[in-house]
Write a new protein. Sequence first.
Length: 376
Amino acid sequence: MINEILNLQFIKVTASSPIKGAEFQKITLRPVVIKGENCFQAERFKDNKVFHLNLSSSEFEGWAKVVLPLYAQVCVFTAGKTITYFSAKGRVKRSECKNDLKGQVNLSNNREKDYILKEGENIPPLVDLGVFTPDFKIVKSKYDKYKQINRFVELIDDECGKIEKEEISILDFGCGKSYLTFIVYYYFAKIKGKKVNIIGYDLKQDVVENCNKIAKKYSYDNLEFVVADVKKDVLSDRQIDVVISLHACDTATDYALYYAIQKGVKYVFSVPCCQHEINLSIGKGGDLDCLLKYGIIKERVSALLTDSIRAMVLEDMGYKVDVIEFVDLAHSPKNLMLRAKKTRGIKLVNAPEIEKLQSAYGFKQTLYSLVKNTKS
Ligand SMILES: C[S@@+](CC[C@H](N)C(=O)[O-])C[C@H]1O[C@@H](n2cnc3c(N)ncnc32)[C@H](O)[C@@H]1O
């Protein structure tokens, strides 16, 4: 079966009815072109979530040989023909029928319908920020950033697109050049037609000045950039609906989350970056010491531990939290997003586990410390 599939020019393959050992409930595969290379993209479905995996042509064969046999039903859709393989009791039954699919396949990895912001759409600040060319094409070197901000806005749209309030207030922590801030403003003000107030905070005076200049140039009212150290300066005291942060350095992310917790902000979208804190202080202390033996593994484990603790603290503080891969690793090595929605009151379920980890492995985690010190 697999060799035949590998030799077919397919438009799509679906694998369903998982058998023992399959991690996902269903997989859809299609050929795509990523940065000019022919590749395959697998959409893997589990617990109502989709996980994307891009495979180069050379990786695909090995992957298919291991994964597809874990599904009892595999359907291969080619132009004009659908072939179904059904496996039971060690035997594979093959059937074939005609279909109306044409040979033309959309090989784009980023099908336009998936995008809220479309290439070619007149979004002038993106030209000023160097993401679009003057004729609104994506600048090649900014493709990954474009992908990140587009996906970020899609995720905001999923959660906040139906907010019925007339006016929405948003803070962006560590906004930097503010590609995301401008786009979130554009999404709410221009696409959704809402009144929106956004403040972007950053340490860097020159980038803040430039962003204010661009906001003024396009009369983006109520979009403001402020020089601030989010770890110590006094921030907005108005009611905020959404806190966002994209790659705010190290513990700046903790201060964004802490602000949201303290102010009971309903929606949080935070993609952390350079999680150095735990990596610099963690020491041996338990069953998982082997994960601290090699520098690069220690660094990655520390980053994951940091984000797990952040998610656990948010949960204790009454948020429903999802940790998701917001873009594929190819578009950013820091691709985990903490997506949180305040749904209930405080309940310290995770705190004892965090305490135990901190004392066993000798580290401190800023968000946990901030929350703990506030309570006592
Ligand atoms: C990697 S950049 C990300 C910028 C932007 N969010 C993006 O994704 O393009 C991180 C930004 O966080 C800012 N930053 C770091 N620590 C900060 C702090 N304590 N207060 C405010 N901004 C901070 C930096 O100046 C920098 O511009």
